[in-house]
Design a protein around this ligand. Structure first.
Ligand SMILES: [Mg+2]
Length: 351
């Protein structure tokens, strides 16, 4: 049972037994999206140089915390699932393009693609033509997909197919697709299975991931589960610094596996490795949140999600990592909004 999970060589005290996963896909995906947004928004705070010492002391900086492209695109995934019950690629492309905010830290290739789609271009052609016809292998398909995995948590094979459809709207390279599949399946398995060991979690995920560098990286992550130091793990697995799927996804799944039942520890472990911090933390937050719940006091600091996405508040019945009492008044309507110019995310190039 989860309350007896061993992690990092320590035995955690028993926690109240969580009930089975929420039966409602929307409830699961909504929890995941809020965790993704929290990881993105808090993680991106550590691109602000003045906040870096706080990372070492594991102290959240003052809010509000502004989310970035990871959350904006994940809101489109959530909206399309809510409206269609599956990934309608044309609807997803249209939503990505309509809501693309230049100031949210998009990579240049994706930003240009979405601008051209908004001007009437065909996403199928534009996405396939990127990078001399190879398609992007950036981590942008993986960063937004966790809520989809939570939605299809009762059918991992369907999560695989739907994740691929969601990826190919912008990222057609096989590694980018594999990264999205891996994150979606990880969210599905984390949501559906209680009592997982870290190794079993990664084994179950890897079973669904096509051969390639992402899957090889998950295999390496499996071998590194006994390593405590996230910097050491990231030295082998990557930390998203290169913003490729294979440089990003294996480390995030290592961090999630190490802290399957503790959202906050998972966050700090992920952030400590540096690199593409908003995206690595968005992935980990999205993978774990429908399992662990989200820390209420942190959620209050996150900028409200966009009105167009019509995202429900986090489900009150989702536990909050065994810490705070479940609360339905955690987020959107009461969350502070940031000044859009508060900090210009000095963002890396995401393909
Ligand atoms: Mg971002």
């Amino acid at each position: 049972m989860r309350g007896r999970v061993r992690s990092a060589g320590k035995t955690r005290p028993p926690r109240p037994i969580m009930r089975a996963m929420p039966v409602d896909p929307l409830t699961r995906a909504t929890a995941s999206l809020h965790g993704l947004a929290l990881g993105d928004a808090l993680g991106s705070q550590f691109f602000v140089p003045a906040n870096r010492p706080l990372l070492d002391s594991r102290t959240p900086p003052p809010g509000p915390w502004r989310w970035t492209d990871d959350t904006e695109m994940a809101c489109s995934v959530h909206k399309v699932l809510t409206d269609h019950g599956r990934i309608d690629q044309d609807a997803l492309a249209a939503s990505f393009a309509a809501h693309h905010d230049f100031d949210r830290g998009y990579g240049p290739a994706t930003g240009r693609l979405l601008r051209l789609v908004r001007e009437g271009g065909d996403w199928r052609t534009l996405a396939a033509e990127l990078f001399d016809g190879n398609g992007s292998w950036g981590n942008g398909a993986a960063m937004r997909v966790a809520p989809l995995g939570a939605w299809f948590a009762d059918d991992p094979a369907r999560a695989v197919r739907q994740a691929e459809l969601s990826a190919r709207v912008t990222h057609t390279h096989p590694e980018a697709v594999a990264g999205a599949i891996a994150v979606a399946v990880a969210a599905a398995i984390a949501t559906a299975h209680s009592g997982l060991s870290p190794g079993r979690f990664l084994d179950l995920v890897a079973e669904h991931v096509p051969p390639g560098m992402v899957r090889d990286g998950i295999g390496e992550a499996r071998l590194l589960l006994t390593v405590d130091d996230p910097l050491l793990a990231a030295r082998v697995l990557g930390n998203g610094r290169n913003v490729t799927a294979h440089d990003t996804v294996p480390f995030t799944l290592w961090a999630a596996a190490r802290h399957l039942d503790d959202f906050e520890q998972a966050f700090w472990t992920t952030a400590a490795a540096g690199g593409d911090i908003d995206t690595t933390c968005a992935i980990v937050g999205g993978v774990l949140a429908s399992r662990t719940g989200v820390p209420v006091r942190w959620m209050r600091m996150v900028e409200a999600l966009p009105d167009w996405a019509e995202v429900p508040e986090p489900p009150p019945e989702v536990p909050t990592a065994g810490r705070a009492a479940p609360s339905g008044r955690t987020v959107a309507s009461s969350a502070p909004r940031t000044d859009p110019g508060e900090h210009a995310a000095e963002h890396r190039h995401r393909g």
